[in-house]
Design a protein around this ligand. Structure first.
Ligand SMILES: [Cu+2]
Length: 259
């Protein structure tokens, strides 16, 4: 094979395989129990559907091949019984497969909201086009707010209370959990958990206006001590500007420009 042909083949294979892992926003590169169960469900459904598709193709090809033979318009009774058995068997198999997938999907979706005693609670507000976050605790004075960046401790359940304040949004961090909508006037819940430290990208998964594609967020999973340090820093009072020059943002030099 010539060099440029090999390069073209490699590039062609790289496109479909690029979404199979190693990405920081991928339903196939998972780190949380909910995302792992969803990944298993995806793989199972794709595998079963692939087998069914191949069986249908084989039967279709055989039927087209055998059609060349001259067949009577009215089949004999024994042949008709075989055809009836095949059709009934196919219908039963279809009902069983679809019912199994429906039950498994229901159980996997219900597991997204399972929570425990150790939960850290964060109120997530969806707005056009950003994410407002409030770390909720038993003591109101310990609460604080951030935006677009969720810090969580590794190995702990984090309960997200989801609220839409303007239109419907959808919270989705595919490496950690499934999607859950943020609906105005209604409170939904989602539990996320990261089993390993890292940065996981999330994205609004419901079209919510012209800037919807830019409505991303980051989940930063870190060890408990680092998370505690970050929380302590967030609870500190804001630093006040020392003079008028620091208080006036227009007086600061632009980044990347020398004066
Ligand atoms: Cu959106």
């Amino acid at each position: 094979m010539r060099a440029h042909s090999k390069a073209s083949l490699s590039a062609l294979l790289a496109v479909p395989l690029a979404g199979c892992g190693g990405n920081w926003q991928s339903a196939l590169d998972v780190s949380g129990p909910a995302a792992i169960s969803l990944k298993h469900l995806i793989v199972l459904i794709v595998a079963v559907c692939s087998v069914v598709w191949m069986l249908v193709m084989v039967v279709l090809i055989l039927a087209l091949w055998r059609k060349r033979d001259a067949r009577p318009i009215a089949p004999e009774p024994a042949r008709e019984r075989r055809m009836t058995t095949a059709v009934v068997g196919a219908v039963v198999a279809t009902v069983l497969i679809i019912s199994t997938f429906t039950i498994m999907s229901f159980l996997a979706t219900r597991a997204l909201t399972v929570s425990g005693q150790d939960d850290l609670t964060i109120r997530v507000r969806g707005l056009q086009w950003w994410w407002g976050l409030e770390y909720v605790g038993p003591d109101p004075s310990q609460r604080f707010e951030t935006a677009n960046e969720i810090h969580i401790p590794v190995g702990r359940n984090v309960r997200l209370k989801l609220e839409g304040l303007d239109v419907i949004h959808s919270f989705w961090v595919p490496s950690l959990a499934g999607k859950q909508d943020l609906v105005p006037g209604r409170s939904n819940e989602l539990t996320i958990r990261a089993e390993r430290a890292g940065i996981y990208r999330g994205q609004c998964a419901e079209f919510c206006g012209m800037q919807h594609a830019h409505m991303a967020l980051l989940v930063i999973a870190e060890p408990q001590d680092e998370f505690d340090s970050w929380v302590a820093a967030q609870r500190q009072a804001s630093a006040q500007p020392a003079d008028e020059r620091e208080a006036d943002p227009t007086s600061r030099p632009c980044r990347g420009r020398t004066r």
